[in-house]
Design a protein around this ligand. Structure first.
Ligand code: FAD
Length: 322
């Protein structure tokens, strides 16, 4: 028995959500009094792989083959499931990221495992292996008991935090057996559409809604986001009206995010919007209507006109930065 964690890389680097998944997997391994093995797929330097030891991985399986240099859902799932079988790992952990959402159910099918996707806490220790996870687009939590021998858990980013747990990690090459049927869809190249911070991974997000009146007023939102090093997001009507690209639409029918800071400007806080943002660590709402529903879930609220408040925030940040 052991725990295997899949560590997703982007351009050869691990993101914070990966270290968080390793920290979470290590805590499960400790609960089960067993070891933690990590599996990395793609081109990652040894020094970067060694970083995983800081968070508790004692063995790191490295899969570096040409066919798997870019993400291939089916093939990655096969390799991770094969590694779990070879290592005798009955628990597989991964981040509930964009690719994790595609991988987790595939790995679960291959291992005939129970699946808890969107986990937000460690499994219970009363022998039931019950995992708290988000349900109904974040509007509720479900306690899911994984009764099967094998288990797959996809951890929501920012739900557990990164915890250092220095361990001497050994790196081993893992020989992946890739079947042609696993390579039905292959990414040949990735072309960056923007140099801006990517929304699903962003720690800070500045988001705006219909209260901004029109696309011509997004300059101040971009400026505020740039000053903070934040990604920009928007409500659904804003992207429906083509004021902003659909890739920025957050909510039930858009991207679900859980940054450390979410600043909502001129957004009413409809339930469908909250479904995608309510698990943010700190929510700041700027709205001129004191009755706007968003204030009910806000950690900090500013009742005021965005066209007065945002320029003042920009001014203050510029002064602070000198
Ligand atoms: P509004 O509701 O028009 O709110 C604008 C807000 O701006 C108001 O609170 C107003 O007080 C404030 N305001 C106006 N002027 C100013 C100013 N000068 N300064 C400060 N504040 C100001 N919505 C999503 O966002 N994401 C989704 O994924 C999503 N999915 C949906 C799925 C379904 C099936 C349905 C039915 C709806 C969905 N919606 C979604 C739409 C959702 O119900 C709301 O209509 C939408 O979120 C409202 O967007 P908004 O807050 O930008 O606009």
């Amino acid at each position: 028995m052991s725990v295997l964690v899949y560590v997703e890389q982007a351009e050869g680097k691990f993101k914070k959500s990966v270290f968080e998944a390793v920290s979470y997997a290590k805590a499960i391994a400790d609960q089960q009094s067993t070891n933690l093995t990590a599996i990395s797929i793609g081109d990652v330097a040894e020094s970067e792989l060694k970083e995983l030891g800081k968070y508790g991985a004692s063995k790191i399986l490295n899969v570096s083959v040409d066919q798997l240099k870019t993400f291939v859902n089916q093939a990655y799932a096969s390799v991770i499931a094969a590694a779990a079988e070879k290592e005798g790992a009955d628990i597989v952990v991964l981040s509930n990221s964009f690719s994790g959402k595609g991988l987790a159910p595939r790995i679960a099918v291959k291992l005939k495992a129970g699946l808890a996707d969107g986990a937000v806490e460690l499994p219970g220790t009363d022998g039931k292996f019950a995992v708290k996870k988000t349900a109904f687009s974040g509007k509720a939590f479900a306690i899911t008991e994984l009764t099967s021998a094998n288990k797959v858990i996809a951890l929501n980013p920012n739900a557990f935090g990164v915890k250092e747990n220095a361990t001497d990690a050994v790196i081993e090459n893992f020989a992946a057996d890739i079947k042609p049927s696993d390579l039905g869809t292959v990414i040949k190249d990735i072309v960056r559409a923007t140099d801006k911070v990517s929304l699903p991974d962003a720690e800070l997000v500045v988001s705006a809604g219909r209260g901004l009146k029109g696309p011509e007023n997004w300059g101040m939102i971009e400026e505020l986001a740039d000053l903070l090093g934040a990604a920009t997001a928007c409500s659904k009507p804003v992207s429906d009206a083509d004021w902003r690209p659909h890739s920025e639409h957050v909510g039930q029918t858009g991207i679900a995010i859980s940054p450390n800071l979410y600043i909502a400007i001129g957004i009413s806080g409809a339930i469908q919007h909250l479904a995608g943002v309510s698990s943010s660590k700190v929510i700041v709402v700027i709205n001129k209507d004191p009755e706007a529903p968003f204030f009910k879930v806000a950690d900090y609220g500013i009742v005021g006109d965005a066209f007065e408040v945002v320029p003042k925030l920009i001014e203050a940040l510029k002064a602070h930065k000198g």
